[in-house]
Design a protein around this ligand. Structure first.
Ligand SMILES: [Zn+2]
Length: 396
């Protein structure tokens, strides 16, 4: 087929054409052997072994498996899990059961769905935790291939972003996309005319103030000119940046001195997790965060067969047999156990609960899949169980 864009179509992904070729070659070999056993496959994280990871992308896994003769168990999307339990056993986050031929070819796509999305939602969740109640928005889709912009916005939003910049991202998250004006408008029309062109949102305007002028004088001019000025956005180029926190402090001071203390400051442009706290301290009221969230390092999930026709077997370096991820609701301790039906007590005395939910049985969705708002709400309550700790060592 001829392609204008270097992206797989939905049809190609569903048919397993976006997969590594060795799966389809193996399946051809299998069809000659006439043996197609029932297998159990588990998904665990092989790296990086960060303190915790927020699972996302499960919606796409569910959608690709609909109509396939498989059973799917997973921890719910938005759950925060440790890659290893208390005793160092890899935590299974998803389990698929069925004939290998019914899902083997989809391994590449399924891993891709959760690896990248979970990387983004985890980074976004860390930003959320760092910022507390200060709002931030996902501004990074321009740095990534447009075919995946909806996934980026969705994962960022689930992780904790207050809104997204993409039009499709807005659609799938059920939010009004966030955006002010591009520098192009000021370059073409000059600041003042451009500012007047910006349409007010919720009764106020947000304008860019770093196109031509010093931020302080541009902010004062904008506040004098626009009666409905709600926010100024600082997107200062790196070459002029100096100390961004000092610029914010100064702009705030000068605006307040002239009776515009209610004008808020939004900051964007190359921001990373480690820059944020100094800027909040300086008085930044909101953030647009792009590349660092959109390009967050994917987690290396792997899929391993752990059981063939009821017999525990797996590759070297992995733990065979089907397992359950158990969690204590009181102290948040995780424990991986063999499948069982009894009552498991945590060291703290509370009973531990199985985190797996069944999503698909014989290709049918077992219960309605939650919408993005519900997933985000679960994700945020999960996040509140993970207070900031100096002990955390992050690799991404
Ligand atoms: Zn406990």
């Amino acid at each position: 087929m001829s392609r204008n864009f270097n992206a797989a179509t939905e049809e190609e992904i569903l048919q397993g054409k976006a997969s590594d070729v060795y799966f389809s070659r193996s399946l051809k070999g299998m069809s000659r052997s006439h043996r197609d056993p029932e297998v159990v496959a588990e998904f665990t994280v092989s790296g990086p072994l960060d303190p915790w990871i927020m699972l996302s992308g499960l919606d796409e896994v569910v959608n690709i498996l609909k109509g396939k003769e498989v059973r799917l168990f997973s921890i719910p999307e938005g759950t925060i899990f440790p890659p290893r339990d208390d005793s160092g056993i890899p935590v299974p986050v998803m389990r698929m059961e069925g004939k290998y031929s019914s899902f083997g070819i989809l391994e590449t796509a399924i891993l891709g769905f959760i690896c990248q999305s979970s990387g983004i939602s985890t980074y976004s969740a860390r930003v959320r935790r760092e910022l507390g109640s200060v709002p931030f928005y996902s501004f990074g889709i321009r740095r990534m291939h447009p075919a995946i912009s909806p996934m980026i916005d969705r994962a960022s939003y689930i992780g904790g972003a207050d809104g997204v910049s993409g039009i499709i991202g807005g659609e799938i998250t059920g939010t009004t996309p966030v955006g002010t004006m591009p520098h192009a408008l000021s370059i073409i029309y000059g600041d003042e005319e451009a500012w007047k062109m910006v349409s007010p949102v919720d009764g106020g305007r947000t304008v860019l103030i770093d196109t031509f002028m010093d931020e302080k004088f541009a902010a004062i001019r904008a506040a004098e000119l626009l009666k409905d000025l709600k926010m100024v956005r600082i997107d200062t180029p790196a070459s002029r940046r100096g100390k961004l926190d000092s610029i914010i402090r100064e702009v705030k001071w000068e605006l307040a001195l002239r009776g515009h203390g209610d004008v808020r400051i939004m900051v964007s442009g190359g921001l990373k997790l480690e820059n944020l706290s100094a800027l909040v301290k300086a008085g930044a009221d909101a953030f647009g965060i792009g590349t660092s969230i959109a390009s967050a390092r994917p987690y290396d999930f792997s899929m391993d067969i752990v059981e063939v026709e009821g017999n525990p077997v797996t590759k070297r370096g992995k733990f065979s047999g089907r397992k359950l991820p158990m969690r204590c609701e009181r102290c948040n301790r995780w424990k991986v156990v063999r499948e069982f039906s009894g009552d498991l007590r945590c060291e703290c005395g509370e009973s531990m609960k199985n985190v797996f939910t069944k999503y698909i049985e014989s290709g049918e969705l077992v219960s309605p899949y939650p919408n993005v708002a519900e997933i985000r709400s679960l994700a945020q309550s999960e996040l509140s169980r993970h207070p900031m700790s100096d002990q955390e060592k992050w690799q991404q």
